[in-house]
Design a protein around this ligand. Structure first.
Ligand SMILES: *Cc1c(COP(=O)(O)O)cnc(C)c1O
Length: 234
């Protein structure tokens, strides 16, 4: 067994246990393997171990990996999520190559992604990144501005709004972590009560995925616990 295969088994086991503790079915939570800074060989090892969904932060690096894996594994049906900041000058690359974008926090970026989504591809699946714990310098739409942004993004023809993503600042302890994630779940529930049909709540990373699952996460994003530690850049 490769290290990556063993790590994936361990992370999937943690997800199962967190679901069991939360009284949720394990099928309600999926794993996004965050492969940023790791090469195509590492992704290929994860694919061999059964993983299909991968997250990338850096657009150019992500696109190179997407193309490499499409060439080496043409039948693998991989799913690629952009989880890093998207500047205007990168929307065309994202729209052309990724399946999901989880980091949309401005209407202008969403409009460009919709306009630039190639017509032979399915709609780009989108989560809005929400700044749930309110750090003033952080990316993400504020909870107050979220409903209007969600309504507007839901109208765009070549996007499919799926839900919310959040990256709270690290806090110590299960209950403190869970309290922040519960706020994100509340925001999702409110949007659905307003008539949107959102099914995705992307939250939880290596250190807080148990609390995120307890609060209703449907997608946890894990990098180092699968691929190992990264160099200083990330
Ligand atoms: C890097 C990253 C992750 C994964 O973090 P790890 O600490 O490697 O598990 C998850 N989400 C986002 C948005 C990231 O940038």
């Amino acid at each position: 067994m490769t290290t990556i295969e063993g790590n994936l088994q361990g992370v999937n086991e943690r997800i199962h246990q967190a679901c069991a503790h939360a009284g949720r079915a394990a099928t309600q939570v999926s794993l996004l393997a965050v492969s940023k800074t790791f090469g195509p060989e590492a992704v290929a090892q994860a694919v061999a171990a059964g993983q299909r969904a991968f997250g990338e932060n850096y657009i150019q690096e992500g696109v190179e990996k997407i193309l490499a894996l499409r060439a080496s594994h043409p039948d693998a049906a991989l799913q690629w999520h952009c989880i890093g900041p998207v500047q205007s000058n990168k929307t065309r690359l994202v729209a052309a190559h990724f399946d999901w974008v989880q980091s949309v926090d401005r209407l202008k970026i969403a409009q460009r992604l919709s306009e630039q989504r190639p017509l032979d591809l399915p709609p780009l699946q989108v989560c809005l990144q929400v700044n749930v714990d309110g750090g003033p310098t952080k990316s993400g739409v504020t909870p107050a501005e979220l409903p209007a942004l969600a309504e507007a993004v839901a109208q765009l023809p070549h996007l499919k709004l799926r839900g919310l993503m959040c990256i709270p600042d690290p806090v110590e302890g299960f209950e403190a972590q869970r309290a922040v994630f519960v706020q994100a779940k509340g925001l999702l529930d409110r949007l659905n009560a307003q008539g949107l049909a959102l099914d995705t709540l992307s939250m939880g990373m290596s250190d807080d995925l148990d609390a995120a699952i307890a609060a209703g996460s449907t997608l946890v994003r894990v990098g180092r616990a699968i691929f190992g530690s990264r160099s200083a850049r990330a």
